[in-house]
Design a protein around this ligand. Structure first.
Ligand SMILES: NC(=O)C1=CN([C@@H]2O[C@H](COP(=O)(O)OP(=O)(O)OC[C@H]3O[C@@H](n4cnc5c(N)ncnc54)[C@H](OP(=O)(O)O)[C@@H]3O)[C@@H](O)[C@H]2O)C=CC1
Ligand SMILES: O=C(O)C1=N[C@H](C(=O)O)C[C@H](O)C1
Length: 255
């Protein structure tokens, strides 16, 4: 754990700690926080650093892009430290999900599987398109990410699939990929979901709405990780000083 000295005049700035600081997102966040006059970087934590160090920064916001274990440790520590949470970590296990929920009864907890406003808008468009097209269009979601991503499907794909399932109604089941052993036509009440991994793809998400004689393709492509970092910093500014509770992109940008 490295502590950063508080600079003169820092009192009015939002103090942030970065969890997962040595990672791809952590590094982007540190760079952008240092460029932002409204933010003050007070601590950086990565694998092996004691989360208890957050106890020195009550009122700060911990921004977490790490792993399920990192998120769990943060969620267990932040309430006692009086630190708000902004977490973008995906592929969380039940323990981390439960710990975030428990933490939100004591401190503000902002979570989003994707901190891009564009992806939030994609979710709104998906909801609207499904409502307007009706049940005769088949829904298949495809995501692509870099070769180092460990969770699949992406958190974003799961969020968008849940939006699609809810908009379709009737409890359609999520079908992961198509397997050669399963010889069957596509069911009507399915949402297909497919993960592609390779190269340096930052993050692509497409919902195919496949009808008879026509199809729609709703796509978001991220071309830079700063996109997600900027969203997380906006969330950190927004969440600082709020009451305990659970918050997300809808609270930040509306709809
Ligand atoms: N919501 C969003 O908008 C976005 C979400 N993400 C998600 O954020 C997460 C991180 O992504 P990315 O930065 O690409 O991943 P990286 O693997 O590059 O970085 C994760 C970092 O967290 C560290 N870490 C592991 N365990 C802990 C722990 N217990 N405490 C603190 N730090 C820990 C890792 O250390 P070590 O390498 O030693 O394990 C690593 O330095 C992923 O879940 C990803 O899906 C990513 C981009 C956008
Ligand atoms: O691991 C990544 O890189 C990303 N993860 C998030 C996800 O799982 O949805 C968001 C973004 O697509 C990049």
């Amino acid at each position: 754990m490295m502590s950063e000295d508080t600079r003169d005049g820092a009192a009015s700035r939002t103090r942030v700690a970065i969890v997962g600081s040595a990672g791809k997102m952590g590094q982007a966040l540190i760079r952008l926080v240092k460029e932002d006059a409204e933010l003050e970087l007070v601590a950086v934590l990565d694998q092996g650093d004691p989360m208890s160090a957050l106890g020195a920064y009550p009122g700060a916001v911990a921004i977490d892009f790490s792993t399920p274990a990192g998120t769990l440790a943060l969620a267990e520590t932040a309430p006692g430290a009086g630190v708000a949470i902004v977490s973008g970590t995906t592929g969380l296990d039940d323990a981390a999900v439960r710990a975030l929920e428990a933490a939100s009864r004591i401190v503000p907890v902002f979570t989003a599987s994707n901190m891009s406003v564009g992806v939030h808008v994609l979710g709104v468009l998906i909801e609207r398109a499904i409502a307007m097209l009706g049940p005769d269009f088949d829904l298949e979601l495809i995501e692509a990410h870099h070769r180092r991503k460990v969770d699949a499907p992406s958190g974003t794909a799961l969020t968008l699939a849940a939006i699609a399932q809810s908009a379709r109604g009737g409890d359609p089941r999520l079908v992961h990929g198509r397997h050669p052993d399963v010889r069957a036509a596509r069911g009507r009440d399915e949402v297909g979901i497919h993960a592609v991994r390779g190269g340096d793809v930052i993050g692509d998400h497409t919902l195919l709405l496949l009808g008879d004689g026509e199809r729609l393709e709703l796509t978001h492509r991220a071309t830079n990780r700063d996109l997600f970092a900027r969203g997380a910093l906006r969330a950190a500014r927004w969440v600082a000083g709020r009451g305990a509770g659970r918050y997300g992109m809808r609270d930040l940008v509306g709809e």
